[in-house]
Design a binder for this molecule. Structure first.
Ligand SMILES: [Fe+2]
Length: 210
């Protein structure tokens, strides 16, 4: 499995393209800009069958409609953030002054696992940054996509409507306690990290920040 990062948009969100070379199908995590992601897909001969959203904030979903229109991709989001996909107000695009084209056609995640392009994915509901934030773990590959729940030595904001410090703290502690230390964590902004590194140095997990 190959993971490539495409940094998108004015808030520098990390979008990720995940693929095997065999058949050209790929999935995209949090497409922040349809044109930037499409340029990468075209250059590499890839077809996006599925879009996995770690949460519904506008910077992570700005490119969802454009990619879906071009590739007929399925979009997956936790039910508690689904309202954000269909509203430029609820995803905070209006508030931050961005144009967002709503998505009407999507799948809400109703179980704790998905199989996409032949890859098994565990879905953990990790509310706090938003009500429907999730972490996608590819156990066979020791890779997880954690959106804005966990950053390198840190964590996402919890002050937007629907956010909760109590929840993000509990989510991070639970995830880091249970996850394989060797797992690479691909974050929604900034550099990637590992479970082991965050078990040692994350401000919430080490209870420096409370
Ligand atoms: Fe966010």
């Amino acid at each position: 499995m190959i993971v490539e990062q495409v940094v998108c948009g004015p808030i520098s969100v990390n979008s990720y393209v995940v693929f095997n070379h065999q058949d050209g199908d790929c999935l995209v995590v949090d497409p922040g800009d349809a044109d930037a992601v499409e340029r990468f897909l075209t250059a590499n001969g890839l077809n996006c069958t599925d879009i996995l959203l770690t949460h519904g904030h506008f910077d992570h979903i700005l490119g969802a409609k454009g990619i879906q229109d071009r590739y007929r991709s399925r979009i997956h989001i936790h039910p508690e953030d689904a309202v954000m996909l269909s509203s430029s107000k609820d995803c905070f695009a209006d508030y931050f002054g961005f144009h967002y084209e709503p998505v009407d056609d999507f799948d809400t995640i109703d179980k704790d696992n998905l199989t996409v392009i032949g890859l098994q994915i565990e879905v953990q509901h990790t509310p706090g940054h938003s009500p429907g934030s999730v972490i996608y773990t590819f156990k066979d590959e020791n890779v997880a996509f954690c959106g804005d729940t966990i950053f390198y030595h840190g964590f996402g904001r919890y002050d937007l409507p629907g956010g909760s410090y109590r929840n993000i703290s509990a989510s991070i502690k639970r995830f880091l306690k249970e996850a394989d230390p060797e797992t690479t964590l691909y974050t929604g902004h900034g550099i990637h990290t590992t479970v082991k590194e965050e078990q040692r140095s994350n401000l919430i997990f080490s209870e420096v920040y409370y």
